[in-house]
Design a protein around this ligand. Structure first.
Ligand SMILES: Nc1nc2c(ncn2[C@@H]2O[C@H](COP(=O)(O)OP(=O)(O)OP(=O)(O)O)[C@@H](O)[C@H]2O)c(=O)[nH]1
Ligand SMILES: [Mg+2]
Length: 420
């Protein structure tokens, strides 16, 4: 029984315990063995643990303590914005080649006393197709490779055996991916699980059994499988979010997203900290969720490729409403608003006309408080003064976000449009 207990201890112990497992196994039974084992185990612990077990060895507790560290969930490492840029890809050009069909077989059945058993060549299997599938757990197109070749069908064989069909190849893409061919949109994958069969596999060839007829009792013909379809397509990711944060660099967009949602985009005091879109979810008590996208900063002349350009505006193209984030500590923040609107319209006419609110950020700074009234006099839209840093008045912003969201839902209901 003592031997059994020792073995149980060793099983739960660490690698270090194995070195003296042999020793314990060979020990005699009784108290002497128990003491010897205790001292051996105690010596194998780190000094701190040795001190703790000096009073008396308790096998069960020790094994737990030894494993304590390895059992704990390792904390997920936050990726820096630079690392994220390497992992975040929002467009890809992909060549798709479906599988070819397998060859049909040409063979004749033959067995004792049945020498001319007739043709028995089976058909080839069909080539595999390639299917593009939207998956909400995929966040970027980074894992999409430049060329996909689906599996070919297997050839048919004698005894009427058909070749196996090539299995379909699935390409998982984020929800919101647009499939384009020569610049024209083919399909927009906006639902989780939505599939698009991009290229069909070639049909399998026919075996000579297929050509058996009254006229031809011994067909020698079998056909090769057809080649699979080939296609070059472009995949373009357009982030799916209800609201988009638009502003100059350093306006505090990322800080604001951190303040109102669960997202953790990088925040720093230098411009263009954000290089990729981040989506945060604002949760309400009734479990309604509003997705908010933070995108890189826009500067005057961005449509002429200044700063980071405006190509990333594709990520707010789908947003139903916009939040213009202004840094009220900057001189004349209302000019920022005009510039932002101009740049948005350069990307897509009337993009700046979407339902919107103006978020006056950095209200914790004295210079910002002075400019609030002047800003209000310059604009007709609602201005929400907040401080993303201190969290001041973010509730008003969250509530207004909900109003905009409800308005958008009602608008869609009245038009009978189903949206995501
Ligand atoms: N005092 C004060 N500072 C703020 C506030 N919000 C943001 N900041 C600071 O402003 C700087 C820029 O903040 P970000 O959130 O990175 O700004 P951003 O608009 O995301 O900038 P880009 O990603 O470069 O476009 C950081 O140093 C923040 O700490 C605020 O409400 N008050
Ligand atoms: Mg940012």
């Amino acid at each position: 029984m003592v031997k059994g207990t020792m073995l149980a201890l060793l099983w739960r112990g660490r690698k270090a315990c194995w070195s003296f497992a042999d020793t314990i196994w060979r020990c005699g039974s009784g108290q002497e063995m128990g003491q010897r084992t205790c001292s051996l185990l105690r010596e194998s612990f780190p000094p701190a643990m040795q001190r703790r077990t000096a009073g008396g060895f308790r096998g069960v507790c020790t094994s737990t303590a030894l494993h304590g560290k390895s059992r704990g969930n390792p904390k997920k490492k936050n990726m820096s914005e630079k690392e994220l840029t390497r992992h975040f890809v929002d467009h890809r050009r992909v060549k798709l080649v479906a599988g070819s069909g397998g060859k049909g077989a040409c063979s004749f059945h033959s067995e004792p006393r049945k020498e001319w058993g007739g043709p028995d060549g089976g058909n080839g299997g069909d080539g595999g197709s390639i299917i593009i599938k939207a998956d909400r757990f995929v966040k970027s197109l980074a894992q999409v490779i430049p060329v996909y070749k689906a599996e070919d069908g297997q050839s048919g064989s004698s005894k009427n055996c058909y070749g196996r069909n090539g299995s379909a190849t699935y390409i998982s893409v984020p929800v919101g991916t647009v499939v384009k061919e020569q610049g024209a949109t083919v399909i927009d994958l906006t639902q989780h699980g939505q599939e698009y069969l991009a290229v069909f596999g070639g049909a399998g060839g026919k075996g000579n059994r297929f050509f058996l007829s009254n006229e031809n009792r011994a067909p020698m013909m079998a056909t090769a499988g057809m080649a699979g379809q080939e296609r070059i397509i472009q995949l373009e990711l357009r982030t799916m979010a209800h609201a988009g944060l638009v502003g100059f660099p350093n306006a505090g967009k990322s800080s604001l997203l951190r303040a109102i949602s669960n997202a953790r985009p990088a925040v720093a005091s230098y411009p263009f900290t954000t290089l990729n879109p981040h989506v945060g979810i604002v949760e309400y008590r009734d479990h309604e969720q509003v997705a908010v996208a933070d995108i890189p900063g826009i500067i005057r002349g961005a449509h002429l490729n200044r700063g980071l350009g405006i190509s990333f505006l594709r990520h707010i193209e789908r947003c139903r409403f916009l939040l213009f984030v202004l840094d009220l500590s900057a001189p004349e923040p209302w000019t920022q608003l005009q510039d932002l609107r101009y740049e948005l319209d350069q990307y897509e006419p009337h993009l700046s006309q979407r339902p919107q609110a103006i978020v006056a950020n950095k209200m914790d700074l004295p210079e910002a408080r002075e400019k609030l009234e002047t800003l209000k006099s310059h604009v007709t839209q609602r201005v929400i003064p907040v401080s993303a840093l201190t969290g001041q008045n973010t509730e008003e912003l969250i509530l207004h976000l909900r109003e905009l969201y409800d308005g958008f839902l009602q608008g869609d209901d009245s038009r009978g449009v189903k949206t995501n």
